[in-house]
Design a protein around this ligand. Structure first.
Ligand code: AKB
Length: 326
């Protein structure tokens, strides 16, 4: 049985991505800048990420490149954010398998071999599929995804739970819904429209949406995403009955309701709907989640609803637009 140890020296993979970039900065504020080592695969880090603490390029599918950084910094915990998302994964399923499965296997093996204190591995609503009940989707339910991303995330949840039970590695994970944010753009998911719509609303007052108006998915604002990840990472191990597969809900809205929320600020905002291959992926995912397990086991509680998120997104993006950042 794993015993709970505190995280002190943390490696973040995928630190240049949408969530990783903001999560790394928050972890640096909490644990100290030099105690949080950021890593990415190819994309250059922002100045803030690069200048606020250590940064390296690694490839999680190549174990030696991860081990080198772990040894250099005496890492005891890994927050493993590196992943290929659903839309890019459908274009290149082989790459999704390599990064999401071989990369995760390497991370878990390193954690087992070096008896690391903690591994955090996000999962996703992509673990669900068309046979799963769509409304208020339970934590325990049918997991038969139709995307390679979903297949790798189901395998990842099972593998993480296996490493906990078999080897005592303290692996934890939560099923992110679509994440909305204004710092770093998402990298190739199906829920990306819920971010792009805000940028286009600010810039052009017009957006062409790649899913139908009635497409309803669970979503979460970035401050809640960061909070949920850190809350789970820091929860006492004894309180957890689940490990790698927590549903976390915050809000659910259709693309049309999202546009209506933006129209409260910009009445002339126009949206047209031109569904592409991502529609079928969205149609196979839940519309809302039952996150009782997360609430009961580690006190999950979101802060933002749709209109509060819209207000904050537009304020931040208007400022960035004035500064010429997009
Ligand atoms: C995606 O759309 O692929 C991701 C996710 C829901 O995991 N944002």
């Amino acid at each position: 049985m794993a015993e709970s140890r505190q995280m002190k020296k943390i490696l973040v993979t995928g630190a240049v991505g949408q969530i990783g970039s903001e999560l790394t900065l928050e972890l640096r504020r909490r644990y100290g800048a030099d105690n949080v080592v950021a890593t990415g695969r190819k994309t250059a880090p922002s100045d803030e990420l690069k200048n606020s603490g250590p940064f390296y390029f690694i490839d999680v599918a190549k174990k030696e490149s991860v081990v080198e950084v772990i040894e250099k910094h005496g890492i005891d915990s890994i927050v493993h954010m590196a992943a290929i998302l659903s839309a890019v994964g459908e274009k290149n399923p082989q790459l999704a398998w390599d990064v999401n499965i071989n990369g995760l296997y390497n991370i878990l093996e390193i954690a087992r071999e070096r008896e690391l204190a903690r591994v955090i591995v996000p999962s996703s609503i992509a673990v669900f599929g068309p046979e799963t009940p769509r409304d208020n989707t339970p934590n325990e339910t049918v997991l038969k995804p139709r995307t390679m991303y979903g297949v790798t995330k189901v395998a990842g949840e099972l593998l993480g739970d296996y490493y906990f039970r078999r080897f005592g590695v303290d692996v934890r994970g939560l099923r992110y819904p679509g994440i909305v944010s204004h710092e770093t753009l998402p990298g190739g998911g199906t829920t990306d429209y819920a971010v792009a719509i805000y940028y286009e609303a600010v810039k052009n007052r017009k957006y062409t949406c790649f899913v139908r108006e009635d497409t309803r998915l669970p979503m979460m604002y970035m401050p809640d995403c960061i909070k949920s990840t850190i809350d789970l990472a820091e929860a006492p191990l004894d309180n957890l009955k689940h490990h790698c597969d927590f549903n976390v809900g915050a809000m659910s809205f259709s693309a049309g309701e999202l546009a209506a929320s933006i129209r409260k600020h910009y009445p002339d905002f126009e949206v047209t709907y031109e569904p592409d291959f991502r529609q079928a992926i969205a149609d196979s995912w839940p519309s809302s989640l039952d996150d009782t397990a997360a609430r009961e086991e580690w006190g999950w509680q979101p802060a933002f609803d749709l209109d509060a998120m819209t207000k904050d997104m537009l304020e931040n993006l208007e400022r960035k637009h004035r500064e010429g950042k997009f």
